[in-house]
Design a binder for this molecule. Structure first.
Ligand code: FEO
Length: 172
């Protein structure tokens, strides 16, 4: 059985993962609106990643006989000035998610909830990847600038991103 405080906090994280999906969907819509289909594709894959994360929290709360409570999802931003602005925002957002995961790990320790502590380790590693993959794009954007022809090369590259369900590798 999940400690009550842990159940509450995991429900909060489920909401944060759904918000992340919603935010990235909004970014995909922004890229579609400026005809950068590759950037939009990258964000759509990011949406799938976040939905996978959300599903993982959903399943875990249920597996521990907790109660999933769906909450309102905050309205995300809809407009940015440049492609770099979008990725700066994404990078900051992922850093915030990392700190939320770290807070959950701390709570699992103070609640002596070893099962949740173990469950969260997957997310600790996942956040390293999440931050690194965003930063890789951000660094390229900083090198080429926002309005040069290089933006179309990056657009092509980002158009190749595909979703690989982590479940196939790690289990859910
Ligand atoms: Fe679910 Fe991008 O962290």
């Amino acid at each position: 059985m999940l400690p009550k405080k842990m159940e509450e906090a995991l429900n909060g994280q489920l909401n944060a993962e759904l918000y992340s999906a919603y935010l990235y969907m909004s970014m995909a819509a922004y890229f579609e609106s400026i005809n950068l289909a590759g950037f939009a594709n990258w964000m759509k894959i990011q949406v799938q990643e976040e939905m996978f994360h959300a599903q993982k929290f959903f399943n875990y709360i249920n597996e521990r006989s907790g109660r999933v409570i769906m909450r309102a999802i905050e309205k995300p931003e809809t407009d940015w000035e440049t492609t770099s602005d979008v990725f700066e925002h994404t990078y900051k957002h992922e850093q915030k998610v990392t700190s939320l995961i770290n807070d959950l790990v701390e709570l699992s320790r103070s609640e002596k909830d070893n099962a949740t502590y173990n469950f969260l380790q997957w997310f600790v590693s996942e956040q390293v990847e999440e931050e690194a993959s965003v930063d890789a794009v951000l660094q390229k954007l900083k090198l080429i600038g926002d309005f040069g022809p290089g933006i179309f090369m990056i657009d092509q590259e980002l158009g190749n991103r595909v979703f690989t369900p982590p479940a196939a590798v790690t289990g859910v």
